[in-house]
Write a protein that binds this ligand. Structure first.
Ligand code: NDP
Ligand code: 2IT
Length: 443
C-alpha cells in the first residue's frame, strides 16, 4: 500500500467520527499522491504524519447570558493546524453544526489554501456551535465577549489571526476585537474582516466572492469561454454568494438561483441583486421574501438540488452541497464549469465525475482564496498603520487570483493533465508547505 493510502487509514482510525476531516485529507492528498509517493524523503521525515496532526487543538467552554438573564453554554474551538508558512490564519464559524471534525477539516484545507495565496500565512480554523440566528445584538455581543475572553491568550497579530466564516461577519468581528483590545490593551491586527469604522480593509467584504469570479474568469478564458451572457447558478445568500453574484453580473452573466438553509429561488431571467441585498444584508430575512418583489421568480422549499439549466455553478453555502445526484443534474443540464466558493462543497464522488466528464472544475482552496488573501492585506495594512484604497485592494486581489490560476495551470500541465486544476492546486500547495517544513527541521 502506498504512503498516502496508509496515511488515510491512519487518519480514519485515529480520528473516529470526523468524516469531514477524513474527506478533506483524502481530497487534498490523493491528487498530490504523484509527488508524495514518488519522493522517499517525505516518508523518511514523516511529512504526512506531521501535516495531518494539528499543531494544537484548543477547546473551551463559552458561558454567556441571554436577554432573559438565563445562562447559556456553548463549545468553542480553535485548531492551529500548521504554521510552516506564517502565523496561523483562518476564520471562525458560528453554526449549530460545528464540532471538532468540522473545524479540523476547515483548518486542514486552510493550510493549503493559504499556501496558494503566496502570502506568509499558516493554517487554522475555529468557531462554536453557537447559532447567531434569532439572537439579539446584545446576545451576540455577550457570546462574543465570552468567547474571546478565553481565546485571547492563544492568538495575536504574530501568532494567530482569526477572521469570519459562516455566521461571523463584521458585527461579530467588531465585538471580538473590542473585548480583545480591552483584555490585552493593544491595538493590533489580531482579527481580520473588521468593519471600515475599525481598522478594516476596504474590499475585504467583497473579496471572497469577487476573487471567486476573477479566478473562474481566468479558468474560462484559458478554455476559450467567458462570463458574458452565461447563466450562473449560485447556492447560499451570505457573504460569499452575494459578492460572487455581484461580480458575475458585472461580468455580463445572469444569476439564476440563490438559496438559504430553508429553500431556494429560481429566476430564469436573472436575480435582481439589490433585492437580495436588502433582504439579507439590511432586513436579515429569509430568501423566500424575494418572490414578493419579482414575478418571474419561483421559491422552492427544502434543499437545493442543482436541477435548473445553467452554464456555470458556484456552490457558496457550505460543505457537501453537491452530492452525486446533484452533479448528475448539473451535467445533464450541460453546465460546463463548477467553481467552489464554499469550502469542500463538492463530495469526492462528484469531483471525480466532473473531472471524468471534462467539466471545468475550480477547487475551493484556489477559487475561494480571495477572502484570506484580502485578510493578509488587512494584516499588512494594520501592521503598517495604513489604510489601503478599495481600488488598490481590488486590483491587487485580481492579480493574486490570476497568479494562483497560472501556478495551478502550470503544475497541472507539468504532471500531464493540463485541465485537472484539482491536481494542480493540491500538488502546488503541498509542495510549498512540505518544502518549508523540511527546511525547518523536525519540529
Ligand atoms: P454566511 O454566513 O455569510 O452565509 C452562509 C450562507 O450559506 C447562508 O445563506 C446560509 O443560509 C447558507 N448555509 C449555511 N449553512 C447551510 C447549510 N447547512 N445548509 C444550507 N445552507 C446553508 O457565510 P459565508 O458566505 O461567509 O460562507 C459561505 C461558505 O464560504 C462557507 O463554506 C465558508 O467556509 C466559505 N468561505 C468563506 C469565506 C469568507 O471570507 N467569508 C472565505 C472562503 C470560504 P442560512 O442563512 O439559512 O443559514
Ligand atoms: O475559509 C476561509 O478562507 C475564510 N473563512 C477566510 C479566512 C480569513 O482568514 O480571512
Amino acid at each position: 500500500m502506498s504512503y498516502t493510502e496508509r496515511i488515510f487509514e491512519k487518519v480514519i482510525k485515529e480520528n473516529p467520527n470526523e468524516p469531514e476531516f477524513h474527506q478533506a485529507v483524502i481530497e487534498t492528498l490523493r491528487p498530490a499522491a504523484k509527488v508524495i509517493d514518488g519522493n522517499k524523503l517525505y516518508e523518511e521525515l514523516a511529512i504526512l504524519e506531521r501535516i495531518t496532526e494539528a499543531d494544537r487543538q484548543i477547546k473551551f467552554r463559552v458561558s454567556w447570558r441571554d436577554d432573559k438573564g438565563s445562562v447559556r453554554v456553548n463549545k468553542g474551538y480553535r485548531v492551529q493546524f500548521n504554521n510552516a508558512l506564517g502565523p496561523y490564519k483562518g476564520g471562525l464559524r458560528f453554526h449549530p453544526s460545528v464540532n471538532i471534525g468540522v473545524i479540523k477539516f476547515l483548518g486542514f484545507e486552510q493550510i493549503f489554501k493559504n499556501a496558494l495565496t503566496g502570502m506568509p500565512i499558516g493554517g487554522a480554523k475555529g468557531g462554536s456551535d453557537f447559532d447567531p440566528k434569532g439572537k439579539s445584538d446584545f446576545e451576540v455581543m455577550s457570546f462574543c465577549q465570552s468567547f474571546i475572553t478565553e481565546l485571547f491568550r492563544h492568538i495575536g497579530a504574530q501568532t494567530d489571526v482569526p477572521a469570519g466564516d459562516i455566521g461571523v461577519g463584521a458585527r461579530e468581528i467588531g465585538f471580538l476585537y473590542g473585548q480583545y483590545k480591552r483584555l490585552k490593551n493593544v491595538h493590533e491586527g489580531v482579527l481580520t474582516g473588521k468593519g471600515l469604522e475599525l481598522d478594516g480593509l476596504p474590499g475585504r467584504k467583497e473579496a471572497t466572492g469577487y476573487g471567486l469570479v476573477y479566478f473562474t474568469e481566468e479558468m474560462l478564458l484559458a478554455n476559450g469561454k467567458n462570463f458574458s451572457n452565461k447563466r450562473v447558478s449560485i447556492s447560499g445568500a451570505g457573504n460569499v454568494a452575494i459578492y460572487a453574484a455581484e461580480k458575475s453580473i458585472d461580468m455580463g452573466a445572469s444569476v439564476v438561483t440563490m438559496s438559504d438553509s430553508n429553500g431556494w429561488i429560481y429566476a430564469p431571467k436573472g436575480i435582481d441583486l439589490s433585492i437580495i441585498k436588502d433582504i439579507k444584508e439590511v432586513k436579515n430575512l429569509r430568501i423566500h421574501e424575494y418572490v414578493k418583489f419579482d414575478a418571474q421568480a419561483k421559491y422552492f422549499q427544502g434543499r437545493f438540488d442543482w436541477s435548473v439549466p445553467c452554464d456555470i455553478a458556484m456552490p457558496c453555502a457550505t460543505q457537501n452541497e453537491i452530492l452525486l445526484n446533484d452533479a448528475k443534474n448539473l451535467i445533464k443540464n450541460q453546465c460546463f464549469a463548477i467553481a467552489e466558493g464554499a469550502n469542500m462543497p463538492t463530495d469526492l464522488a462528484s469531483i471525480k465525475l466532473f473531472l471524468e466528464n471534462g467539466t471545468l472544475f475550480a477547487p475551493a482552496k484556489a477559487a475561494n482564496a480571495g477572502g484570506v488573501s484580502a485578510s493578509a492585506l488587512e494584516m499588512s495594512q494594520n501592521s503598517m498603520k495604513m489604510k489601503w484604497e478599495f481600488a488598490y485592494v481590488e486590483e491587487t486581489l485580481k492579480g493574486i487570483m490570476k497568479r494562483i490560476f497560472a501556478k495551478i495551470a502550470a503544475t497541472s500541465e507539468e504532471f500531464g493533465e493540463p485541465k485537472n486544476y484539482v491536481m494542480g492546486a493540491n500538488i502546488h500547495s503541498f509542495r510549498n508547505v512540505s518544502e518549508s517544513m523540511i527546511s525547518q527541521g523536525v519540529i
